[in-house]
Design a protein around this ligand. Sequence first.
Ligand code: ADP
Length: 259
Amino acid sequence: KAQGRPGPPPREAVPGVRHIVAVGSGKGGVGKSTVAVNLALGFAAEGLRTGILDADLYGPSIPKLLGLEGKPAVRDDGIFAPHEAYGLKAMSIGSMLTANQAVVWRGPMATSALRQLLRESDWGGLDVLVVDLPPGTGDIQISLVQQVPLLGAVIVSTPQDLALIDAKKAMDMLLRTDVPILGLIENMSYFVAPDTGKRYDIFGHGGAKTAASTFDIPFLGEIPLVMSIRESSDAGRPVVATDPDGAEAQAFRAIVRTI
Ligand code: ADP
């Protein structure tokens, strides 16, 4: 019999949730949360009952991206009633903190807070729950992906070498924890100047596709750097919900259909 430390306990299903898709990245600031929200809205647009859990305790941005206000309601039995926005059920670690309050929890506290948001929320029967993971490959991410049966994880990276180096580490962590990788999305892929139509590869080009083939995982698509994505995100009006016929929304929806 194998010696050494015991393995992680078996993954436990989340009540009221059929499939869980995690969205991760190697680095912060690559657009992971923006992609997570728009993918969730893409699943909802396909007619799936969808929720989103913001587990990015270092930079929870789902409340801002979806325009959520205040804390979620708590039912008499102590179970959270998730926020609802644009047809999504949403829970965020950010809703539990006051503005500008930084998270200083140690790993086990953070893990148990996330566990509570995930398992003590009334998701009310979801086909898909999208989980916006913290960036990187720390203990919190590892215990999260080890505790939850995931359909798989999507990794978001920019085409920049520095971001891709860390994205590869994130993919390596997922492989080591037996999480299927659904694919890699290249965000901020290129910029087309609206006045001249000239294309600029601001962060380089093609690296994510190469990384995906190195890892033998699907390359799910490219999302360009577009002012409207930044503006609509800041305004709590994500493009897939508010401009469903636009090119940006269609790019996210095309990715959703391949997952
Ligand atoms: P992360 O979750 O990786 O930290 P965010 O989703 O918070 O990243 O995105 C970081 C910033 O970049 C935000 O201001 C967001 O609006 C902007 N952003 C993300 N993706 C795009 C894009 N494709 N085009 C323009 N701005 C983007």
